[in-house]
Design a binder for this molecule. Structure first.
Ligand code: ARG
Length: 600
């Protein structure tokens, strides 16, 4: 099953071929002028250039051929030699039936399936998530769904930040804060009168009581700030990082506790966002591979000593600006952010052997990934070009600078979600739903609306672009917003419910009216949207499609009475179109990570 664009390209290509011109010239695209045509072909202009002929003459020849073809309702030659095409109603009807019978609603799988790894989310131990993690999570989740929909074998990995300098910082900060925690870190319980080995775990659990998420939330920022000013403190934290990585038992004990506490809280947040990782691996999981990796780098003469540290030079002659080397082992002997990233590539190759790995991470980490990727290619850990950094822009405040809270701090993800929920509740109350829905249904709907608002506002932009955070606009039920899309889906659901309650069923789609034709054409465009989103790793193509579909449905619904149709057959046809539109809309929403409620 192919979309109309492809089917028509073949027909127009054949007409070019019969005029002794290359069939590729018959490539058809959606018309720039929907008021004049459904599709257009600019091939006559291109042909004229290379054959030094008059484009209108070539165009006329092709048009004459095409007019014979019953697929077209009209074929016109316009301007300098554009071919404007309108498709016959019967062809559109057929296409709608095809889409409605297809469980993928017309979105085709890719030709060959690949193994794809998506590295996204990237939360860190003890650091609250901020909007950077939100963007990564939203975009990464959507890409994961799009790639899966296209038929790839996809794994999404959270790549938990659990092995860097912040761990050493936390160990020192906790030890300084409380003698019990220090006792764990320094193994002070192992005194002659300490607990017996079988009581050890319980005893340590007692010592760690109170070292909860709030405490970590408080300890980490102040420790990070202190490390910036206090050299001695920083050195202790660096040393602790190296000792942790070398396996000091007390530090590992404390570290495991930090990881467990953080992970539990983070998973709750991801769950609220509707984000599911297939793998929740951490930087630390790559640690066991580091010695072997270092041997390989040495054997390939890639590892260079540099002021006590060990680095890999990744700069290339034709670089426009100098790319610093990748730091593999610090002078304290610890693994760095890039070290675990490189070892993770090796780990992934061993366990999954991805043909493509996408890193959905803030644009500002571009150099880091360039360094890591080049090192990986040099080490032979990945095929050239199989690692891609998909950067994204920032979410800005009204001043156009990265969004800050009123106090000037970074907005915590948790607070952002809460304020979106509050705003969504307010919107639902304004719409009069507060009284109609049970409390549970109301809360569930508010949550879906809030998520749709945040996610759609993010995904409707090309990921590289930055955008301004405006909760008022994002949560509006009108305009290009997530809640608007949910609202349209809900409207169709309620139409179908009403029809069912009156015994009216969807039947054979017959496209006749202009608004029906328009809806059919948009439904046909889904495949293109999915394949663009896939090829460009850009969910905004799906967002755009979902919005067009919702708008076009709305126009159709206004122009073509469904329950008040002229005949039962017409009603059944329109119900079929509504049902197909709903399925495709919900599929599109699903690819974006949005979910429509039953009512709103
Ligand atoms: N934890 C990192 C951060 O918060 C993001 C991790 C991105 N993924 C990666 N493989 N480095 O900035």
């Amino acid at each position: 099953m192919t979309d109309l664009r492809r089917a028509l390209s073949e027909a127009v290509g054949a007409a070019f071929a019969s005029a002794d011109l290359p069939a590729e010239l018959g490539r058809v695209t959606a018309s720039d002028r929907p008021d004049l045509a459904d599709f257009q072909c600019n091939g006559a202009l291109a042909a004229a250039k290379s054959a030094r002929r008059d484009p209108r003459e070539i165009g006329a020849q092709v048009v004459a051929q095409l007019r014979e073809n019953p697929v077209f309702k009209s074929v016109e030659l316009a301007g300098l030699g554009f071919i404007n095409l309108r498709v016959a109603n019967g062809v559109l009807s057929e296409r709608v039936r095809e889409i409605s019978a297809d469980e993928r609603a017309g979105g085709q799988p890719a030709e060959t399936a690949r193994r794809v790894m998506i590295d996204y989310g990237g939360p860190n131990v003890a650091k609250p998530m901020h909007v950077g993690h939100l963007r990564s999570s939203i975009i990464g989740e959507s890409l994961k769904r799009i790639f899966r929909f296209r038929g790839d074998n996809v794994l999404g990995d959270a790549h938990f930040g659990d092995w860097g300098f912040q761990m050493g910082l936390l160990i020192i900060a906790a030890s300084d804060e409380n003698p019990h925690w220090r006792a764990v870190a320094e193994e002070l319980w192992r005194t002659p009168d300490g607990p017996k080995p079988q009581e050890e775990d319980r005893f340590i659990a007692l010592l760690l009581e109170g070292l909860d998420l709030d405490t970590l939330d408080r300890l980490y920022p102040s420790a990070a700030a202190k490390a910036k000013q206090d050299e001695e403190f920083r050195d202790r934290a660096r040393k602790a990082t190296a000792e942790l990585q070398a396996g000091k038992p007390g530090y590992l004990r404390l570290w495991r506790h930090f990881v467990a506490v953080s992970r539990k809280a983070l998973q709750r947040e991801f769950e609220a966002l509707g984000i599911e990782f297939d793998l929740w691996k951490g930087e630390s999981d790559a640690d066991p591979l580091i010695p072997e990796m270092i041997e390989t780098l040495k054997a390939k003469a890639l590892l260079v000593q540099d002021q006590g540290a060990q680095i890999v030079r990744v700069a290339r002659e034709d670089d426009k600006r100098e790319l610093p080397p990748l730091l593999v082992v610090s002078s304290e002997g610890s693994a760095m952010y890039g070290t675990t990233d490189l070892a993770t590539i090796l780990d992934r190759r061993r366990t999954f052997d991805p043909q493509l790995c996408l890193y959905v991470v803030d644009q500002r980490q571009g150099d880091h990934f360039e360094q890591v990727f080049r090192a990986a290619y040099l080490a032979g850990y990945a095929t050239d070009g199989s690692l891609e950094h998909l950067g994204f822009g920032t979410m800005n405040g009204p001043d156009g600078k990265p969004f800050k809270t009123r106090e000037g701090g970074v907005l915590k993800l948790h607070d952002l979600i809460e304020s979106a929920r509050e705003k969504a509740r307010q919107r639902l109350h304004e719409a009069g739903l507060g009284v109609e829905l049970s409390e549970v249904a109301f809360e569930d709907t508010a949550h879906k609306v809030a998520m749709a608002a945040i996610k759609f506002a993010d995904l409707q932009n090309f990921r590289g672009a930055s955008y301004i955070f405006d909760l008022d606009r994002f949560t509006s039920f009108e305009g290009k917003t997530g809640p608007y899309l949910l609202y349209q889906a809900v409207r169709i659901k309620s139409l179908l419910r009403k029809a069912a309650s009156e015994g009216a069923q969807p039947g054979l789609a017959v496209v006749e009216e202009p608004a029906e034709r328009e809806l059919a054409l948009v439904l046909d465009g889904f495949d293109q949207a999915v394949s663009d989103a896939y090829a460009k790793r850009a969910p905004n193509f799906i967002a755009e499609h979902a919005y067009r579909l919702a708008q076009t449905f709305s126009k159709f619904y206004a122009a073509c009475p469904v329950m008040g149709a002229d005949t039962p057959a017409q009603r059944a046809s329109r119900l079929a179109m509504a049902q197909t539109a709903l399925r495709q809309l919900e599929l599109s929403l699903g690819l974006l990570g949005l979910e429509a409620p039953e009512r709103m």
